[in-house]
Design a protein around this ligand. Structure first.
Ligand code: THU
Length: 133
């Protein structure tokens, strides 16, 4: 699958980043199984630990719009090449999106694709703890 458009959407999502403390703008774009794309950016808070990453903004955006099946997430930033999701985002994504493709890109448009299960092996997820329907 060609993720060029997904990477473009992640890049565009950086526009809305609220990052007055780190000045690092991060964008994420999540592709559903039906082909829709939901985006997110990082949103920082003066109480630093309440900051939310772009990846979690994107998955919460999708879930809150009724989506439940996902294919891939693209992430990029304005300063760091191939910005990988932080540990908290890996856990949240595995729980809610499953073992999706993770598409990282640099500013030259180079793309690196891995799987979430490579970034978060032997994860604690709903295969172990099944949520009630
Ligand atoms: N950040 C993300 O949005 N995603 C990541 O995977 C790593 C970090 C954000 C959080 C914070 O606003 C800034 O980058 C610096 O950590």
């Amino acid at each position: 699958m060609n993720y060029k458009n997904l990477v473009k959407k992640a890049t565009e999502a950086q526009k809305y980043s609220h990052a007055p403390y780190s000045s690092l703008r991060v964008g994420a774009a999540l592709l559903t199984s039906s082909g829709k794309i939901y985006t997110g950016c990082n949103i920082e808070n003066s109480s630093f630990s309440l900051t939310i990453c772009a990846e979690r903004t994107a998955i919460f955006n999708a879930i809150s719009n009724g989506e439940r099946k996902f294919k891939a997430i693209a992430i990029n930033s304005d300063k760091i090449d191939f910005i990988p999701p932080c540990g908290a985002c890996r856990q949240v994504l595995m729980d809610l999106a499953g073992d999706v493709d993770v598409v990282l890109s640099d500013k030259k448009g180079k793309i690196s694709i891995t799987k979430l299960s490579i970034l978060l092996p032997a994860s604690f997820n709903n295969l172990i703890f099944k949520p009630k329907k």
